[in-house]
Design a protein around this ligand. Structure first.
Ligand code: PHE
Length: 444
C-alpha cells in the first residue's frame, strides 16, 4: 500500500531546499564558527573542507541512493539492499531512528532557548521585564516550556506530509534564511572591531593542528550534513527517479558548506564587535567563552549596546536561528514518522503526535536531569552513533549491496553518468577509502 501512492518531493529544487534545510542548522551557524574560533580559524576551516568533500559527500550520495532505491522508510530501505540479513538490516534502521530521535530531543532544548532569546528582548522593549528575564535565564521550567513549543512547531510541519509540510516549509523558509543571513553579515562587517574577528577566522594558526582537531572536523562534517542517522536516507526515498543524485548531493553539500563558511564571517566578527563594545568574550584562562555563552550571552549583550538597531538585528538573528533549527528538526522527526506509517501501517496524523510525544517526553527527562544527561546525549549521538552508523552504511553500500546495483540506481535517467569520473571513483571510494579514513580518524 505504502509503495504505490508514496509521497514525493514535487520538484528537484524542492528536494534540494529540503535537504539543504536539514543540513543547514545549528551545526552550521553555531557549531562551525565556534569550533573554528577555538581551533585555529583557517586551519579548522581547511580540515573541515577536506572532511566534507573527501568523506561526507560520498556518504551523502550513499545514503540518498539507499533511500531512493528502497523508496521506503529507512528500515525497509536497508532491508531491501540487504535481503539476506533482513533482521540485522532492520536493526540498523532502528538504530538510526533511535539516534535521530535522541538528537531531536537535545536539539529541541537548544532551539527552545533560541525562541526565548527571540521573544525576550521584544517583551523587554514593551516593558514586560519580568517575563523577559524569565525567558532569558536558565531554569527547568523555561527549558521545558520552550522545548515543548518548539516540538509542537516541528510536529505541525511534519504532520502535513512531504510535499505539503516538509517541502512547502523548507522552500518558504530557506530563502528567508539566506537573505537574513547575508544582511546580517554585511551589517556586522561594517561595525568596529569586526576585522579582528575576520583575522582570527581567516588567518591560519598552525599551532592548533592536532589529531583532536581532525576528529572534531569530521564530527562537525557528519553532523552538519545530517549523516548516519537516516534523515538523508528518508529524504532520498522521496526523490523522483529522474533526479541526478551525485549532482543534487553536491549542491546540498556546497550550500551547507557555504552557509557554514558565511556563518564564520558573521559570528567571529560579531564576537569582536561585542568585545569592542565592552562585552567580555574571554574566560579566566584566556580562552574563548563556551559556545553557548557566546550565542546566548555575548551576542545578546552586544545587540543591547546597539540600541534600537541592535534590537532589530538581534530579533532577525534569532529568527534566522529558529528557522535553521526548524528545517533541521523536521528532517529528524520524519525518520521515525516514516517508519511508523509504513512499518506499522499507521496514519501520519496519528503517528506524528505519539512519536513527537515520546520524543518530547525524553527531552523533558533531559531537561529535568540537565547536568547529567544533556552533554551525555550529545556525545553519544554525535560522537559515536553518527560516525559509526555512517561507516556501516558505507560498508553496506560498498560490500553488501553489489556495486552494479548501486550504480544502476544512481544512473537512472542519467546514462551519461557512466562516462564520468564519479562513476569510476565513487564505488571504490565508498567501499575502501571512506571506511579506512574513518577508522584512521577514530584511532587517532
Ligand atoms: N545538520 C543539522 C545541523 O547542522 C543537524 C542534523 C543532524 C539534522 C542529524 C538531521 C540529522 O544542525
Amino acid at each position: 500500500m505504502a509503495g504505490q501512492s508514496r509521497a514525493q518531493f514535487s520538484s528537484r529544487i524542492g528536494f534540494i531546499l529540503a535537504a539543504a534545510g536539514s543540513a543547514v542548522g545549528l551545526g552550521n551557524i553555531w557549531g562551525f564558527p565556534t569550533q573554528a574560533a577555538s581551533n585555529g580559524g583557517a586551519v579548522f576551516l581547511f580540515v573541515y573542507l577536506v572532511m566534507v568533500f573527501a568523506l561526507a559527500y560520498p556518504l551523502l550520495v550513499a545514503e540518498l541512493t539507499i533511500g531512493r532505491y528502497g523508496s521506503a522508510n529507512p528500515i525497509k530501505s536497508l532491508r531491501s539492499i540487504w535481503p539476506q540479513q533482513k533482521k540485522v538490516a532492520s536493526l540498523l534502521g532502528l538504530a538510526g531512528m533511535v539516534a535521530v530521535s535522541m538528537i531531536l530531543s537535545f536539539y529541541a532544548i537548544v532551539a527552545g532557548w533560541l525562541l526565548g532569546s527571540l521573544v525576550g528582548p521584544v517583551l523587554d522593549a514593551v516593558g514586560m521585564t519580568t517575563a523577559a528575564a524569565w525567558l532569558e535565564s536558565f531554569s527547568t521550567a523555561r527549558n521545558l516550556i520552550l522545548m515543548i513549543i518548539f516540538m509542537v512547531l516541528t510536529i505541525c510541519v511534519v504532520r502535513n506530509g512531504v510535499a505539503d509540510g516538509i517541502e512547502r516549509w523548507s522552500t518558504r523558509l530557506m530563502p528567508v534564511l539566506l537573505v537574513l543571513f547575508l544582511l546580517m553579515v554585511v551589517y556586522i562587517l561594517t561595525q568596529d572591531g569586526a576585522m579582528d574577528g575576520l583575522k582570527m577566522y581567516l588567518v591560519p594558526d598552525f599551532s592548533h593542528f592536532s589529531a583532536d582537531l581532525v576528529v572534531s572536523a569530521m564530527g562537525q562534517a557528519f553532523f552538519s550534513l545530517s549523516l548516519g542517522v537516516c534523515s538523508m536516507m528518508v529524504y532520498g526515498s522521496y526523490i523522483q527517479k529522474n533526479v541526478n543524485l551525485p549532482k543534487v548531493a553536491a549542491q546540498v553539500a556546497l550550500l551547507d558548506t557555504a552557509v557554514a563558511f558565511i556563518a564564520g564571517l558573521l559570528i567571529l566578527p560579531a564576537m569582536f564587535v561585542a568585545l569592542n563594545n565592552g562585552v567580555e568574550i574571554y574566560n579566566e584562562t584566556g580562552g574563548l567563552l563556551s559556545s553557548d555563552t557566546l550565542v546566548f550571552s555575548v551576542l545578546p549583550a552586544m545587540f543591547d549596546t546597539m540600541g534600537a538597531v541592535g534590537l532589530l538585528v538581534g530579533i532577525l538573528f534569532f529568527i534566522l536561528m529558529v528557522i535553521a533549527a526548524l528545517t533541521s528538526s523536521i528532517s529528524m522527526l520524519e525518520v521515525p514518522v516514516a517508519c511508523a506509517t509504513e512499518e506499522l501501517n499507521q496514519d501520519r496524523k496519528v503517528a506524528v503526535w505519539w512519536i513527537g510525544g515520546v520524543i518530547t517526553l525524553f527531552s523533558a527527562i533531559i531537561v529535568f536531569n540537565f547536568g547529567e544527561m544533556f552533554g551525555l546525549v550529545i556525545s553519544l549521538t554525535t560522537e559515536y552513533a553518527q560516525p559509526i552508523l555512517g561507516m556501516i552504511f558505507a560498508l553496506l553500500v560498498g560490500w553488501v549491496w553489489k556495486r552494479d546495483q548501486a550504480l544502476q540506481e544512481i544512473k537512472q535517467g542519467y546514462p551519461e553518468l557512466e562516462q564520468g569520473l564519479f562513476w569510476k571513483i565513487w564505488p571504490w571510494y565508498v567501499r575502501v577509502v571512506c571506511p579506512l579514513l574513518m577508522l584512521l580518524v577514530f584511532f587517532a
